[in-house]
Design a binder for this molecule. Structure first.
Ligand code: CP
Ligand code: NVA
Length: 313
C-alpha cells in the first residue's frame, strides 16, 4: 500500500486548470514523440513499467476498453480486464470490498460504473489510483481526448466557443466541468426536460456567461468553433421513445453546421446513432474529427495514467 493518498482521476472539476492543462500538453507531447512508431512499442520513458491496471466494466465499451489497454502497453505496463458480471461484484460483493481486494493485486483501477456513487465509494476504499471510465454522471477521459483533438486541428481551446447539442448527460457534465478549467465558452442546447444537473455548474465553479443553457440548437451553434453531440439514449436510459421525440429538433445536420463558424469542427464521443443525433453527412463530412477523437482516447489516457503513477504534472 502506498503511504501518500492515491492520485484518483474521478472528475475534471476536482482539478485545478494548471494540472489539467499539463495533462493535455503531456498527451500531445507523447503522441508527437511516437509518430510513425509501431503501435505496440512502448514510449522511451515507460512510466508504467512493472505496473498493472485493472479494468472493471459494469457497462459495454469498445473505445474505453481498447484505448486503456493500448495506453498501458505504450506506457510499458500491463492490464487485467473484467466485466463486473463475471466478478463477485455482480453477485453482490460490496464495491468497497472489491476495491480493497483489487488494491492488493494491481497498481491502479479503471472502472466504468452504472452509478457515480459506486465510483466514489470504490475510490474511497481503494489504496491505489482509481480512474473514472464513465458513469451515469460523467466521462472525464473522453472530454480530455475531445479537447486534445480540437487543439490538434484548431489550436488552443482557451477563448473558443463549444456548442453542446442534445442530452444534458454524462458527457455534457464533463464538458461543463472542463469549460472553466480550460477557459472555453460552452453553450448547451437541450430540451428543457433533459437539461444538465445544475450542481455541475456549481462544482465546476463556472462564472456567469461561461456556461449557458439554451433550448434552441441554432442559437447555441451560431458562430461556434466546435459542435459536439452524443447519443440521445445513454446506457441505462429506459425512456427510448420519449427521448427520440423530445430530441428530434436537436439533430446535428449540415444545415445546423452551416450556422457554426466557417472552420468549425464536429465531435462525437461515439458510438453514434446515425440518423438520430447526427446525420451521415456530418459524421462522415469534412468537419468531422470523430476518428481522431477516438484514437486520442489512447493519448489522453496515457497522460492520465502517467499522472496517476506519480508523473510530474
Ligand atoms: N466513447 C466511449 O467511451 O466509447 P465506449 O463506450 O465504446 O467505451
Ligand atoms: N452518454 C453515453 C456515452 C457513451 C460513451 C452513454 O453514457 O451511454
Amino acid at each position: 500500500m502506498s503511504a501518500s493518498p492515491p492520485r484518483h482521476f474521478l472528475d475534471l472539476w476536482r482539478f485545478d486548470g494548471a494540472t489539467l492543462r499539463a495533462l493535455l500538453d503531456d498527451a500531445a507531447r507523447r503522441k508527437a514523440a511516437r509518430q510513425g512508431w509501431p503501435r505496440g512499442r512502448p514510449d522511451a520513458d515507460r512510466p508504467a513499467a512493472d505496473r498493472v491496471l485493472a479494468m472493471v466494466f459494469e457497462k459495454h465499451s469498445t473505445r474505453t476498453r481498447f484505448s486503456f489497454d493500448a495506453a498501458m502497453r505504450q506506457l510499458g505496463g500491463d492490464v487485467i480486464i473484467s466485466t463486473a458480471s463475471d466478478m463477485q461484484l455482480g453477485r453482490g460483493e460490496p464495491i468497497e470490498d472489491t476495491a480493497r481486494v483489487l488494491s492488493r493485486m494491481v497498481d491502479a483501477v479503471m472502472i466504468r460504473a452504472n452509478r457515480h456513487d459506486d465510483l466514489e465509494h470504490f475510490a474511497q476504499a481503494a489504496s491505489v489510483p482509481v480512474i473514472n471510465g464513465l458513469t451515469d454522471r460523467s466521462h472525464p477521459c473522453q472530454v480530455l481526448a475531445d479537447l486534445l483533438t480540437f487543439e490538434e486541428h484548431r489550436g488552443p481551446v482557451q477563448g473558443r466557443t463549444f456548442a453542446w447539442v442534445g442530452d444534458g448527460n454524462n458527457m455534457c457534465a464533463s464538458f461543463i466541468h472542463a469549460a472553466p478549467k480550460f477557459g472555453f465558452k460552452l453553450r448547451i442546447a437541450c430540451p428543457v426536460q433533459y437539461h444538465p444537473d445544475l450542481m455541475d455548474l456549481a462544482r465546476a465553479g463556472a462564472r456567469a456567461g461561461e456556461v449557458e443553457i439554451l433550448h434552441d440548437p441554432r442559437a447555441a451553434v451560431e458562430g461556434a468553433d466546435c459542435v459536439v453531440t452524443d447519443t440521445w439514449v445513454s446506457m441505462g436510459d429506459t425512456d427510448y421513445e420519449t427521448r427520440l421525440q423530445a430530441f428530434e429538433p436537436f439533430q446535428v445536420d449540415e444545415r445546423l453546421m452551416k450556422l457554426a463558424a466557417r472552420d468549425a469542427v464536429f465531435l462525437h464521443c461515439l458510438p453514434a446513432h446515425r440518423g438520430e443525433e447526427v446525420t451521415d453527412a456530418v459524421l462522415d463530412g469534412p468537419q468531422s474529427l470523430v476518428w481522431d477523437e477516438a484514437e486520442n482516447r489512447i493519448h489522453a489516457q496515457k497522460a492520465v495514467l502517467a499522472w496517476c503513477f506519480g508523473g510530474p504534472t
